[in-house]
Design a protein around this ligand. Structure first.
Ligand SMILES: *[C@@H]1O[C@H](CO)[C@@H](O)[C@H](O)[C@H]1NC(C)=O
Ligand SMILES: *[C@@H]1O[C@H](CO)[C@@H](O)[C@H](O)[C@H]1NC(C)=O
Ligand SMILES: *[C@@H]1O[C@H](CO)[C@@H](O)[C@H](O)[C@H]1NC(C)=O
Length: 312
């Protein structure tokens, strides 16, 4: 069961992985490199404690070093934790020019500052590889799921647990290959970030999320609810515990609340508010790994025109 929770906690690891490398690089460029920084990736939360070379937020108490996968809301023990409970719009307005993933660095295992100079293709590839977590058996080896999503029927192989979230999340946002985005734009980080900004603005024009709906702690807690509702849309059970069942309206695979476009849009839009560099990384990951094929099917890797540099 724990394994299931862990695996449905997703693709978000993407940010974490690339963050380690890029942050190390950023520190090196600053001259000094903290000794503590050079420890294992899974302890990133505490190793990023504030120092002269690390301007980012950090964990006050090491609550996540051996709970990294499960550490999905560390607001209570974060240096900027009190800002987790306020509209993120207000928080970021007080910190112009700061990256929200830096400010809230390590508040969840997938909120990790990725550094100032993104390589979106590389970040996407490391995210893809990492999230397989020893569980991926190969392209199209997982069960073929049928999602009933907002009146549409879409099929996709779930080759790894997190696919049940990411496939339909990407589809919903229009970020799959075949939905109008030019993959080559990922090569130019500035351009990709400006594309992300456009997408973010379109989302907000459509959904008009209120400030009160965009509070970081709520967003963190809702992630697993989205995962369970996405499974509901595919007719499978991912309910983790009683609390999750209640929040996601899960009684059984035939009596549960399916995920909506709005749920996914809000999940992505929080990343927009935390900095277009972060929503851009999300978009790169979602775009790299999958595509929309004829016949309402989602494909991955060699099924698709753009193939990221990973084995599959
Ligand atoms: C964390 O790791 C320590 C040392 O390996 C272990 O004693 C402790 O039980 C672990 N805590 C949890 C919550 O897994
Ligand atoms: C990258 O994109 C930006 C913004 O679209 C553009 O101004 C710049 O010339 C591009 N850089 C390269 C190397 O193509
Ligand atoms: C958007 O929502 C705000 C309240 O959060 C409301 O005042 C405003 O009229 C809404 N705008 C549109 C275009 O729906």
């Amino acid at each position: 069961m724990a394994r299931w929770i862990i695996l449905t906690l997703l693709w978000h690891l993407l940010s974490m992985l690339s963050a380690a490398d890029e942050f190390a690089e950023a520190l090196e460029h600053c001259g000094e490199r903290d000794e503590v920084f050079n420890t294992s990736l899974l302890q990133l939360g505490t190793t990023l404690a504030r120092t002269p070379t690390n301007p980012c937020g950090y964990l006050l108490i090491d609550t996540c070093s051996n709970l990294s996968w499960g550490c999905s809301n560390a607001c209570a023990t974060h240096s900027h934790g009190s800002d987790c409970y306020r509209p993120v719009d207000d928080v970021m307005a007080e910190h112009p020019g700061e990256d929200g993933y830096c400010y809230f660095n390590s508040v969840a295992f997938y909120v990790k500052y990725g550094g100032p100079t993104p390589d979106f293709e590389a970040e996407a590839a490391s995210g893809i590889t990492y999230l397989r977590h020893g569980e991926y058996k190969g392209l199209n080896t997982g069960p073929l799921l049928t999602y009933h999503f907002e009146g549409e029927v879409i099929a996709s192989h779930m080759d790894s647990m997190h696919y049940s979230y990411d496939d339909i999340y990407a589809y919903s946002l229009g970020f799959l290959q075949g939905q109008g985005i030019d993959s080559w734009r990922m090569k130019n980080a500035t351009d990709w970030i400006s594309l992300s900004e456009e997408k973010c603005k379109t989302i907000q024009q459509r959904y008009n999320f209120s400030k009160a709906e965009l509070v970081l702690s709520d967003w963190l807690d809702f992630n697993q609810v989205i995962a369970t509702m996405a499974c509901c849309s595919a007719g499978i059970s991912c309910a983790t515990d009683e609390n999750n069942r209640r929040l996601s309206g899960f009684q059984s695979v035939s009596q549960c609340r399916p995920v909506t476009r709005r749920d996914f849009a809000k999940h992505h839009y929080m990343k927009c508010l935390l900095g277009y560099r972060n929503s851009a990384a999300d978009m790169a990951y979602l775009h790299s790994r999958a595509c929309l094929l004829a016949g309402h099917r989602i494909g991955h890797f060699s099924d698709c025109p753009y193939v990221p540099p990973v084995d599959f």
